[in-house]
Design a protein around this ligand. Structure first.
Ligand code: EPU
Length: 415
């Protein structure tokens, strides 16, 4: 079991290099099944979820090699279009191979993901979209088998702008016959990155990053080289660390245009940020002021930022009301913060956070990637020692998290 120990050590100072976005690279890796040949992905983060997707691609017959932050993926003519249970269970995002596999192979067999620490996580919108494009599904023994002799473009109106459903539909539509229009599509920067990647491969996608995406299907795609966009959630994590510990940081490589709403909300709370020639600059001069937070699909405040905000609100001046509108069950880590002395009441999908002057370090447990990072952030300002157990969750989404924090002045170590 991985542990991270953190103690307060005053303000942070220096530069942090932001890695490539987890939630982009995983989808780009999935998209490589769409074309035979050799792909190169630069700025690929060294995180365990990329390791999981690597295993999944290898299990299907693709070759994946890494050298520093460059992934080289070779997709042979023949692959086995199956995502086994062990890998889907280890990483839900594996489900995004379904759309591209159906589009390119005509059939695929993917294990049904279960629920997780956020509560139930259905995939009905993924399947409905693929069905509307012409796929048929049968479920047995915990697996869904999909068939699609011919995918045909159509109008897809998503009930909710789901990131994964948009991506699965998009990756299927690029090889469908005719035009597909995805309405109420997710607008996250990672969707725009996927569309840029697909267009470079020869697809014809217009409007990604807005709520209407139009895809004109093409016959064939080719492998390409691509640089993954920076991880806005990693950047947000370091800004939250700044909010709790104080100090001044430059986040090298971060994209301010991907973090508008986050920077605005941080500004309300007293973390100053601006764009910088190298990325994003941030400074937290004193104790933060509370604010209300409501998570929404992009460009709103991401649900992935929320645990970080709760850690900041826990020690801010005043009361903040946090509404979780994406994953109703995503408040489990709050109990861990309460063990550190935070004054938080949760009710349904709300949390009322009354700031206290200081938290007190305690042994706590990371239930998921962002919750784990948020507990480390809280520990940066808490009196005494905070030991975060199950820290391997953090490694799923953060590259060298401990080393990066230590390099800007945090007193932090593994073990
Ligand atoms: N939903 C359905 N049916 C579906 C799909 C989604 O009801 O078929 C619901 C979900 O239950 C949820 C909402 O729609 O209530 C939004 O889920 P979405 O599909 O947008 O999320 P996702 O694609 O499963 C991605 C990120 C998450 C991030 C969410 C929301 C990846 C690999 N994961 O998940 O990131 O929280 O979008 O922005 O891209 C993380 O990085 O730690 C993480 C969990």
């Amino acid at each position: 079991m991985e542990r991270i120990t953190v103690r307060p050590n005053g303000p942070l100072a220096g530069t942090v290099r932001i890695a490539g976005a987890k939630n982009s690279v995983l989808k780009l890796m999935a998209a490589t099944v769409l074309a035979e040949g050799t792909f190169v992905l630069r700025n690929a983060p060294r995180i365990t979820d990329v390791g999981c997707m690597t295993e999944l691609l290898r299990s299907m017959g693709l070759a994946v090699d890494r050298s520093a932050d460059v992934l080289t993926i070779h997709r042979p003519a023949e692959i086995t279009p199956e995502a086994p249970y062990e890998l889907v269970e280890a990483m839900r995002a594996s489900i995004v191979v379904f759309g591209p596999l159906l589009a390119r192979e005509g059939w695929a067999r993917v294990a049904l993901p279960g629920g997780d620490d956020f509560g139930p996580r259905p995939i009905d919108m993924h399947l409905q979209s693929l069905e509307r494009l012409g796929a048929t599904f049968e479920t047995a023994h915990g697996y869904i088998e999909g068939r699609a002799e011919h995918l045909v473009g159509t109008r897809l109106l998503l009930e909710f702008p789901s990131v994964g459903a948009t991506e699965n539909a998009l990756m299927a539509a690029v090889l469908a016959k005719g035009e597909t229009v995805i309405e109420n599509a997710a607008r996250e920067p990672e969707i725009a990155d996927l569309a840029a990647f697909l267009n470079r491969m020869g697809a014809n996608v217009v409007g990604a990053g807005s709520s209407t995406i139009t895809v004109e299907g093409v016959e064939e795609l080719s492998p390409v080289e691509h640089e993954v966009i920076p991880d806005r959630i990693e950047a947000a994590t370091f800004l939250a660390a700044l909010g709790v510990a104080g100090g001044e940081l430059v986040l090298e490589g971060a994209r301010p245009d991907h973090m508008d709403m986050l920077m605005q909300k941080l500004g309300e709370m007293g973390v100053r940020t601006s764009s910088h020639p190298d990325g994003v600059w941030g400074m937290a001069p004193g104790r933060l002021t509370s604010a209300d937070i409501s998570t929404l699909p992009y460009p709103g405040i991401a649900t992935d930022y929320k645990p970080l905000f709760v850690s900041m609100l826990a020690v801010a001046e005043g009361v903040g009301i946090v509404a979780e509108n994406i994953f109703a069950g995503r408040f489990r880590y709050v109990d861990e913060l309460v063990r550190m002395g935070a004054d938080i009441r949760t009710e349904d999908h709300y949390a009322i956070v009354r700031g206290v002057p200081r938290l007190s370090g305690a042994p706590v447990r990371a239930h998921d990637i962002r919750a784990g990072a948020a507990l480390v952030v809280a520990g940066l300002g808490a009196e005494g020692e905070t030991v975060v157990a199950d820290a391997d969750h953090i490694d799923r989404g953060y590259e060298r998290f401990v080393e990066k924090l230590r390099a800007v002045g945090a007193d932090i170590e593994r073990g």
